[in-house]
Design a protein around this ligand. Structure first.
Ligand code: SF4
Length: 219
């Protein structure tokens, strides 16, 4: 594999033989507590955002392939990385006439950039690179609401962010400890808001106050 686009040398870390889902990389970068609640506590809840996202992926989750203007579109392609302890599916992988592979991920919203979405796509590229022994230089996110495609280049920085998140996710599961809440703007769109209660659980004094109220029997 060439290093012309500044890819990092492959870094091995001990995943303990554990395989984590590709989507957990996105969840970890969105919020480590959310990733912990889902993958350690086994908690999940839907809201309008997760339901729309699931519907979109259900449509994309029919495996097969077709060729459009010389580009082969591989749908719902399973991918994995033994090096990173990672597995999942790509919504679409384009195979271009020059042999280049381009992963494409569907997202429900308007065209806008989120590092967590870019890292999830980059994790797919890392899997493809390991599986096929070639460099995957870029991918794309297709934003369903605006029906616009956004190119994502797998820069050295994005690869670093992605590998750090994968490693942190493995460490989180290994530690079996759900991180404390940090109340932040993303909480308003999080489907676990009512379970997490970030306004309370992010504040030790408020948590203690609630604890006293719950366990004070008045005796
Ligand atoms: S409500 Fe906020 S702190 Fe809690 S899991 Fe969701 S994003 Fe994280």
């Amino acid at each position: 594999m060439s290093n012309t686009t500044g890819t990092l040398p492959t870094q091995l870390f001990d995943s303990g033989g554990r395989i984590i889902p590709l989507s957990s990389v996105n969840q970890y970068l969105y919020c480590p507590r959310r990733a912990g609640l889902i993958h350690i506590e086994g908690v999940f809840a839907d809201n309008q955002h997760t339901v729309l996202g699931s519907q979109l992926h259900d449509q994309a989750d029919i495996s097969g392939y077709e060729t459009v203007r010389g580009v082969t579109l591989l749908r719902a392609l399973p991918v994995w990385s033994a090096r990173l302890g990672l597995s999942g599916k790509c919504d679409i992988v384009e195979r271009h006439p020059d042999g280049a592979l381009v992963p494409v991920e569907f997202k429900k919203g308007r065209r806008r950039k989120f590092d967590n979405d870019d890292a999830q796509l980059c994790a797919q590229a890392l899997c493809l690179e390991e599986m096929f022994g070639l460099e995957v230089a870029s991918g794309a996110i297709f934003h369903a609401k605006s029906r616009r495609r956004r190119e994502v280049h797998f820069t050295r920085e994005l690869r670093h962010l992605t590998e750090q998140a994968i490693q942190a996710m493995h460490q989180l599961i290994e530690a079996e400890t759900v991180p404390r809440a940090v109340h932040k703007p993303q909480c308003s769109e999080c489907s676990l808001f009512e379970i997490c209660l970030p306004k309370i659980t992010s504040s030790p004094p408020m948590l203690a106050q609630v604890g006293r109220a719950v366990f004070d029997t008045g005796g």
